[in-house]
Design a protein around this ligand. Structure first.
Ligand code: ADP
Ligand code: MG
Length: 635
């Protein structure tokens, strides 16, 4: 049988493991045991629907030690592997937990960076090579007759040959490395070390992890003089090393924060600690426990279609669904965790679950719970919340607009927007609390960046009044304002709106008068620019700028840009209104030209229009015509 080569990436990982200077080599045991547990899960799951004579009590993981030959064996009676499974699963590193590791490996160019990653991830099967120089896997797949043996001494490759095994399941046989000056591999042959490692890393595994343990017990004997004497005799018995209580079933005071974090990191393959943990325990009409986490960073596939929201669903500690989507609303899709309820039946089908009333109730309770925990974080640890919001805030924002705003009240208080005045993120409640009494509206400006918004002419008047403006830079932001319409009875108002509600009646009359006086000029400018504009009018919101462009409807330029990106065929275009500042010297120049040199006045009108486009961050229709125009005015 020819030696087969590992896939290139696997080889790199293997090299790393073999030459690892990583100090926590002991995690190999956790990895092998967790694979055994996964394999039993798979068979146990099949046994729910198929009558195969297996019952939950039959499942177990066995550790055994051969001190003389320095061999540690981890056996399970799970689903097992075929030859092909071995080829695919042990010869390549593309499996779930290891995939994230692979992504990180790509980034880490230096070997010592990569070593660091080992500790952060569940690195899976290959971690066996940190402690063993010869790894043998004997496995028989459930429902097949032939067992196979996979064997490898490291990076050179591996062999697979047929062999014998009585029942289905897998043995992972590790021939430990020789001790070195720095590393004592013999310790993995010690029953106490193994017992401690199981307690430390695998206590919550739901199947018994058993091992023959030798202890001594006192025996009373009478010696020849008839005197009683205590001697000790050795005996062996099989012990279960783990408590098998899943972490979410334990009392909160039995579990440390580190253990909760570690559980999250192992289970969900994240190398960062979670932002926050949410433990839920409900008894009553419906009974369930949930252990939820808000990650600190977006999973690597979060923005791809492959990302599936959902929680793992258990019934009395038995997993019944890997990923139950119905338990999480889209706007909390970043939450990870498990739900365990004895009220859910074990062999319920996916379709039935969707309509399950119990499940709906759990989902709606969890939604409330997640919301209240996030609110707590917002009040108690603002810095942490802002970091969280930077990562997942957009997701919650979409929650406002989705389903025609049906969920807006759930999320609106969790949103943050940039405050122009305070130069930091504020909630809508904070904005409203800060409003002076006479301020009628919640003002906002939408654009690509905060810097550009800071330069937007139409913000001038609002700012002059001392009112705050929310700077909206996410595509979805303006849609949020349109969906919410108001907050605590204060309407939202774009700074581009014609009437900002800032003028007194007197000022309004004054403006009307001024408009009347300049009607001829305004008509002329409109005429000169033709179809490009819907209207030309005098502005009430400009201070130092001569001109600005505003949309003629609720559809702003930012929304127009967004919609044209997502639906380019619609060719949406919102009407443009040009507003002129009658108090600006440029207006005086325009007026003068209109009265004395209409050719020049036309050019001025064109020039002002182009400036308005530029400052609104809209493209010039014809940049070279624009430069020609400027040059012609310089002559
Ligand atoms: P992961 O557990 O993240 O999938 P591993 O490297 O730990 O990655 O394991 C690779 C794959 O090898 C597993 O997904 C599984 O298909 C297979 N495997 C490992 N150990 C066992 C086992 N004891 N029984 C059955 N399959 C196993
Ligand atoms: Mg694994």
């Amino acid at each position: 049988m020819a030696m087969k080569q590992f896939q290139a990436e696997s080889k790199r990982l293997l090299d790393l493991m073999i030459n690892s200077i990583y100090t926590h080599k002991e995690i190999f045991l956790r990895e092998i045991i967790s694979n055994a547990s996964d394999a039993i899960d798979k068979l146990a799951y099949l046994s729910l629907t198929e009558d195969n004579g297996m019952s939950r009590d039959d499942f177990a993981i066995h550790l055994s030690v051969d001190k003389e030959h320095r061999v540690l064996t981890i056996s399970d009676n799970g689903i097992g592997m075929t030859e092909e499974d071995m080829e695919n699963n042990l010869g390549t590193i593309a499996k779930s937990g290891s995939l994230a590791f692979k992504e990180e490996m790509k980034k880490a160019e230096k070997p010592d960076e990569a070593v660091d990653i080992i500790g952060q991830f569940g690195v899976g099967f290959y971690s066996a090579f940190m402690v063993a120089d010869n790894v043998t896997v004997i496995s028989k797949k459930y429902g097949t007759d032939q067992a196979y043996m996979w064997q490898s001494q490291g990076a050179d490759g591996y062999e697979i040959i047929p062999c014998e095994r009585d029942t289905c399941g897998t043995d992972v046989i590790l021939k430990l490395k020789d001790n070195t000056e720095d590393e004592d591999y013999d310790r993995y042959l010690s029953q106490y070390t193994l017992q401690n490692l199981v307690k430390k890393y695998s206590d919550y595994i739901r199947y018994p992890i058993r091992m023959e343990m030798t202890s001594s017990r006192p025996v009373e004997q009478e010696d020849e003089n008839g005197e009683k004497k205590t001697t000790y005799e050795e005996f062996t018995e099989e012990k279960t090393l783990n408590s098998m209580v899943p972490i979410w079933q334990k009392n909160k005071d039995e579990v440390t924060e580190e253990e909760y974090d570690q559980y999250y990191q192992d289970k969900f393959g994240d190398y960062e600690k979670p932002t926050t943990r949410i433990s839920v325990s409900v008894e009553g009409n419906i009974t369930y426990k949930a252990l939820l986490y808000v990650p600190s960073r977006a999973p690597y596939d979060f923005y791809s279609k492959e990302y599936k929201k959902g929680l793992q669903l258990y019934s009395n500690g038995v997993m019944i669904m890997e990923n139950c989507e119905d338990l999480l609303p889209d706007y909390f899709c970043f939450v990870k965790g498990i739900v365990d309820s004895p009220d859910l039946s074990l062999n319920i089908s996916r379709e039935m679950l969707q309509h399950d009333r119990q499940l709906k109730r759990i989902a709606s309770n969890l939604e409330k719970k997640i919301k209240s925990e996030l609110s707590k974080l917002l009040t108690n640890d603002r810095e942490k919340y802002e970091k969280f919001f930077e990562v997942f805030g957009v997701q919650m924002k979409y929650g406002v607009v989705s389903d025609y705003g049906a969920h807006k009240d759930v999320v609106k208080d969790l949103l943050l927007f940039w405050s122009q005045k305070n130069e930091k993120y504020v909630t809508l409640a904070e904005y409203v609390a800060e409003m002076p009494e006479e301020q009628k509206y919640i003002y906002y400006a939408a654009g690509e960046s905060r810097v550009k918004l800071g330069q937007l002419p139409q913000t001038e008047l609002v700012r002059d009044k001392g009112y705050d403006i929310l700077f909206l830079t996410d595509d979805v932001d303006e849609f949020i304002m349109n969906t919410l319409m108001n907050y605590q009875e204060k309407e939202f108002k774009s700074v581009s709106a014609e009437d900002l509600g800032l003028e007194t009646d007197e000022e309004k009359q004054e403006k009307e008068q001024e408009t009347k006086e300049n009607q001829g000029l305004l008509d002329f400018v409109k005429e000169a620019l033709g179809e490009k504009l819907k209207e030309v009018r005098l502005s009430n919101k400009l201070r130092s700028h001569p001109v600005c462009l505003v949309p003629d409807s609720g559809l702003s330029f930012e929304m127009e840009k967004y919609l044209n990106r997502v639906a380019p065929n619609e060719k949406l275009k919102t009407g443009r209104i040009m507003e002129l500042n009658a108090d600006h010297p440029a207006f005086a120049a325009l007026k003068n030209a209109f009265e004395n040199d209409q050719e020049k006045a036309k050019k001025y009108a064109e020039l002002l229009y182009c400036q308005a486009l530029l400052i609104a961050d809209l493209p010039l229709e014809d940049p070279s015509a624009y430069t020609d125009l400027v040059c012609s005015l310089m002559q």
